[in-house]
Design a protein around this ligand. Sequence first.
Ligand code: HSE
Length: 297
Amino acid sequence: MITVRIPCSTSNIGPGFDTLGLALNRYLVLKAEPSTTTTVITVEGNGKDHIPADDTNLVYTSMRAFAQSVGRELPALELRVINGVPAYGGLGSSGAAIAGGVFLANELLETRCTQDEMLDVAVKIEGHPDNVSAALKGGFTINCFENGRLHCRSIKITAPLSVIACSPHFQLLTSQARRILPASVTLKEAVTNIENVASLVAAMMSGDVEALAYATRDCLHEQYRATLIPGYDDVKRAALEAGALSCNISGAGPTMFCFATSNQEAIGTAMSAAFAGHGLLSSLEIMAVENDGAVRI
Ligand code: HSE
């Protein structure tokens, strides 16, 4: 039996649209062994009733895609998917499933691909590198394409940062949250994002957490996606008033997340109360950065 563990993640982190990822300490656990009969998939944990347990399962389709990419056949399997990733969107559940499937298939087939080779397969499936890179490599990932070739760095974070994520209970498709984005932005907006993302990377690398207050501002996607999240402005205001360093949409949403070094419970309670003021139930997670990516356990 092979068991692997893959962290969930937040992505974009404000200005780093499709570029920055951050692994967090909630996990997808996968267990697999070859079967002598047919493939059987079981799903447990968060959102289990909404995760397919057939050959459309994203872990399984990602395993098959990996096998195909290395010219191998995936054997019949017993596959257990144990999902500890918060189920409401924005915390890298699909990124963890894809990265996990690829990583698990590499272990099962003993193909010994490097992390970057696995990442290439995972990015082709997901379409963008931020969540899958955090899921595979852990830490704070910085992704850059050069003529279609991905360069990904993972920075290990030592600052005592908490990530408070509040997920309102409604479904927001990533495709819908991407469709709403404009095809072009002004030079001023582009420059603002460059300033902020550069400052954000410096802050994360140096542990200058106070800089997160300004370096997480974004002009490329949040203002558009905010219209899809009832209470966005109130949740952000409540979180900052309760002591958060920052408050952004996590990934494509609808989860919103804060960085903080204190008052974590009060910040979470304030975020939930603000969503409740807009008639929305929400789930709260107070997490830490996970510097390990996908691991065999
Ligand atoms: N970078 C992606 C987005 C993350 O914001 O659409 C969600 O998959």
